[in-house]
Design a protein around this ligand. Structure first.
Ligand code: C2E
Ligand code: CA
Ligand code: CA
Ligand code: CA
Length: 278
């Protein structure tokens, strides 16, 4: 038993060392990726449920590494742990807003842009000023920018400082949307107090529309409740026509998912903006 314990310890050590080295390597590569402009944004449409008309886009980052697209779940976590999410996040806001400006100039003036924001960005002193400057530089109506913050971040990190940041964003008419709603444990009472304008219902609830009987599905209840609180509702990860029908019935404001479109690069998203995607 003693032998085995020792061997396990060695294996554990090697594994740990490997993990640490991998992380350090990704961290190094991320630094270079910023420097050499290796990030790209793809955009996924948020569409009106009954018409499929494009109401807005969500910017989703990808890393172009050795001719492959690395998905965000492979690097956002490390970018957050190392603080690199701040310069990366700045790039995302700047790039997404410049693209939105281009689309407004093409005639899509009602289009909104949603950008994912990490806790660390909200904790930065200059965050609001930075965002306002990007809006000004592009001559954009601030009401067309929506910042997506996850339920977990809003609840775990909410302190006086972040609360103040959220308030100044709202004062400037920037919209805040609560991402991945339903994954955390926030009470409705709590949601009521947050300065948010949109609730994004997590894909897991949308998946349930298929599997659970109507009476057991709470997505409809969430939509109704959100509307009562004066919030807009976006359904995430809509893949099936039946899910769309259900969401139309409950008057959900927008749906986002493969049923309408996958996230697409700039040139391709431009081609579908004047189409009805459902
Ligand atoms: P999220 O904000 O919840 O974004 C939705 C994710 O669901 C995206 O994955 C999208 O491609 C995927 N998705 C959309 N429709 C469907 C569908 O119908 N079926 C399925 N199976 N998936 C669908 P993606 O692009 O891989 O992004 C993953 C996560 O990475 C995002 O989740 C977000 O938390 C984070 N992320 C992406 N871009 C950024 C960014 O610029 N900054 C930060 N901080 N996080 C980002
Ligand atoms: Ca999001
Ligand atoms: Ca989400
Ligand atoms: Ca998510």
């Amino acid at each position: 038993a003693k032998e085995l314990g020792k061997r396990n310890y060695v294996v554990f050590n090697i594994e740990m060392k490997k993990a640490v080295m991998e992380k350090a390597e990704i961290q190094n590569n991320l630094r270079k990726a910023i420097e050499f402009n290796e990030f790209v944004l793809h955009y996924q449409p948020q569409v009106e449920p009954h018409t499929g008309r494009v109401l807005g886009l969500e910017a989703l980052i990808r890393w172009e590494k050795d001719n492959k697209l690395v998905p965000p779940n492979k690097f956002i976590g490390i970018a957050e742990e190392t603080g690199l999410i701040v310069p990366i996040g700045d790039w995302v806001i700047t790039t997404a807003c410049a693209f939105l400006k281009k689309l407004h100039d093409l005639g899509y003036q009602e289009l909104t842009m949603s950008v994912n924001i990490s806790a660390l960005q909200l904790q930065e002193d200059q965050f609001v000023d930075k965002v306002l400057k990007v809006l000004r530089d592009n001559n954009l109506d601030s009401g067309k920018l929506e910042l997506e913050i996850t339920e977990t971040v809003l609840i775990e990190f909410l302190d006086a400082k972040i609360s103040h940041v959220l308030d100044s964003l709202i004062e400037n008419n920037i919209k805040i949307s609560l991402d991945d709603f339903g994954l955390g444990y926030s009470s409705l009472n709590y949601i009521k107090q947050l300065p948010i304008s949109t609730l994004k219902v997590d894909k897991s609830f949308i998946d349930d529309i298929q599997s659970a009987p109507e009476s057991k599905n709470i997505t409809g209840l969430i939509v109704t409740m959100a509307h009562q609180l004066g919030l807009k509702v976006v359904a995430e990860g809509v893949e099936k026509p039946e899910q769309r029908e259900y969401l139309i019935k409950y008057d959900c404001d927008a749906i986002q998912g493969y049923l309408a479109s996958k996230p697409l690069p700039e040139e391709e998203i431009i081609k579908v903006l004047n189409k009805n995607l459902l």
